[in-house]
Design a protein around this ligand. Structure first.
Ligand SMILES: [Fe+2]
Length: 118
C-alpha cells in the first residue's frame, strides 16, 4: 500500500514518481518493484543538502548546493499552510525558492545525492 506524497525510484531506468493517490498495488518499473526513497535529514561530510528555511525563503544547503551540469538540485518542493509549490531547476539555477505562506516542510532532490528533507 502506498501513501500520499511518497516518492519512488526505478533503479534501472531512473524514473522517479510521487504518489498523489495511494493504492494497494506495488509500483513496478522495468520489470521490478520501485524503491521507496527515504529522505535524508542530516548532512554528513562537506556536501550541503539539508533545506534551510528562513521565513518564506528556502535554500538548499547552509552553504548553497552546487548547480553544475554534473551535480545539481533537480527540484525543490515546498509545503506551506497554503499548499505545495514545486520548482524544477536546471544546471546554473540557484537552488533557492521564495513562496507565500508559512513553510512547514521542504524536500529537494540532488541528481547525485538523492532526496533531502527539512
Ligand atoms: Fe549533491
Amino acid at each position: 500500500m502506498t501513501k500520499k506524497e511518497q516518492i519512488y525510484k526505478c533503479n534501472v531506468c531512473g524514473n522517479i514518481v510521487e504518489v498523489l493517490h495511494p493504492g494497494a498495488g506495488e509500483l513496478v518499473c522495468c520489470g521490478q518493484p520501485m524503491d521507496l526513497m527515504v529522505a535524508q535529514k542530516k548532512d554528513k561530510g562537506s556536501e550541503k543538502h539539508v533545506p534551510v528555511i528562513e521565513g518564506s525563503s528556502v535554500k538548499i544547503g547552509k552553504e548553497e548546493h552546487p548547480s553544475l551540469e554534473e551535480h545539481y538540485i533537480e527540484w525543490i518542493e515546498v509545503m506551506t499552510d497554503e499548499g505545495v509549490c514545486k520548482r524544477f531547476l536546471e544546471p546554473g539555477d540557484r537552488p533557492v525558492i521564495d513562496v507565500s505562506g508559512s513553510v512547514t516542510r521542504v524536500r529537494a532532490y540532488c541528481n547525485i545525492h538523492g532526496l533531502w528533507e527539512s
